[in-house]
Design a protein. Structure first.
Length: 218
């Protein structure tokens, strides 16, 4: 059972999401909060939640800051941003703070449910519309091999590990990476464990951000 906390400053939206998400037999909504500060307090009072479904723009403590606080205290909890705003700056900051993905509120309920399951499995999830808006951030300023070389030199990554890193940055799931690189899913998981250790990072979102940042700065 995936334990979910819903965070939104609009009580009607909170209750609506609670009903819609709770219809899935694999998901249990264990609490709700009105901002990031309340969400952190709720997590402190509950057994650890698996996924926090959180609005990005809220008073007192917005989703960006709320994500930072939650991931600092509960790094194993996935945070999925859900909002009507497709603001590049907010998106990038939320990802940098450890968010596992981002969806718009106007998508069908089944897509939200699938999104929760996707990030719970340890994968990243970015809405296609937002990915297009972030194209400038995702595109390298020079040849890919030139931008990737520092990762090989500074962190001791192998070519195979770098291929996994770049695939994570594309938003691919472990299954998709396995198919792309002709590996088993178990091997991909082992690669990711080794990559996290070498890079000194806590999750695949941070892997993606480091990779994209290294390409952008070159």
């Amino acid at each position: 059972m995936i334990k979910v906390v819903i965070v939104d400053d609009d009580s009607f939206i909170r209750e609506s999401l609670k009903v819609l998400v709770g219809l899935d037999a694999e998901i249990e909504v264990v609490g709700s909060a009105g901002d990031g500060h309340e969400a952190l307090a709720l997590l402190q009072a509950l057994p650890q939640a698996d996924v926090v479904l959180m609005d990005i723009r809220m008073p007192n403590c917005d989703g960006v800051e709320g994500t930072r606080r939650i991931k600092t205290s509960y790094p194993q909890t996935s945070v999925l941003m859900l909002t009507t705003f497709d603001d590049d700056e907010y998106i990038i900051e939320a990802l940098r703070n450890g968010a596992s993905g981002y969806l718009l509120k106007n998508i069908p309920p089944d897509r939200i449910i699938q999104g929760i399951k996707t990030v719970h499995e340890g994968n990243m999830l970015i809405h296609p519309d937002i990915a297009r808006k972030m194209a400038g951030f995702l595109q390298p300023a020079t040849r890919p091999e030139a931008a990737e070389q520092p990762l090989l030199d500074a962190y001791g990554l192998t070519k195979a590990e770098l291929a996994v890193v770049s695939s994570i940055a594309e938003g691919l799931t472990n299954k998709e990476i396995a198919g792309k690189l002709f590996l088993s899913e178990g091997t991909v998981k082992n690669y990711i464990t080794d990559i996290l250790s070498k890079l000194g990072l806590r999750d695949r979102t941070q892997i993606a951000i480091l990779y994209l940042k290294s390409r952008r700065e070159k």
